[in-house]
Design a protein around this ligand. Sequence first.
Ligand SMILES: Nc1ncnc2c1ncn2[C@@H]1O[C@H](COP(=O)(O)OP(=O)(O)O)[C@@H](O)[C@H]1O
Ligand SMILES: [Mg+2]
Length: 231
Amino acid sequence: MSRPVVEARGLTKIFPMPSGAVTALQEVDLLLDPGESVAITGPSGCGKSTLLHLLGCVDTPTSGQVLIDGVDVAGLNDAARSRLRLTTIGFVFQRFFLLPMLTAGENVDLPQLEAGAIRRDCRRRTLELLDYVGLADRVGHRPSQLSGGEMQRVAIARALANRPRIVLADEPTGELDEVTGEQIAALLHRVHLDGTTVLIATHDRNLASSAHRRLVLGGRDHRLHEPGVDR
Ligand SMILES: Nc1ncnc2c1ncn2[C@@H]1O[C@H](COP(=O)(O)OP(=O)(O)O)[C@@H](O)[C@H]1O
Ligand SMILES: [Mg+2]
């Protein structure tokens, strides 16, 4: 049996606020097998982004564990966590978060250069990736010269740059019209078919329905559920 790519055990996140503690997640367990695609849905505020941040090692849980490829991330030092974020995890955000001063190509080059790639090799990969997302002819465009859907496609190319084991996508169609959203859903589906584990947090029914497995987060207990299961 293959080892899960991501394993969350009893993941709880409480934000201490002056007005009182906010429980964003409570005792969430999750297993993602290699090559799976999973959609997490649930109402706004149910903790989807919080969960992705914890799994993506950009925030730490109040309690519980995150294992990536069998490694408990709590045991990693800062350098090892940064390395893991850079090489094992690809993030796709609702608002794209491309660097505005850089071209599409440079945005995709950047994580490869940060991971130590040689510029010439990384540009070759960047061109392959921009071709993969259908934007080979936009390599020199800055984000302001691209449409929303094009920006998200560049962001997906960037997320794939270092051949991550998992792509975490947080409302990746949230800023896009329906048709463009469908194109992004199709592209993320292709990423999954090509072998990357994909976890998508979304309100978008079409996007959620393209996933292998759907989970619902939230309700009063801040937990993960299979859809349709009574609680
Ligand atoms: N940095 C933070 N500080 C305090 N509260 C937060 C923070 N991030 C999220 N929350 C709270 O945690 C809950 C879950 O938020 P979030 O994970 O963004 O939900 P979703 O992505 O499902 O809309 C919300 O009640 C939100 O207000
Ligand atoms: Mg969110």
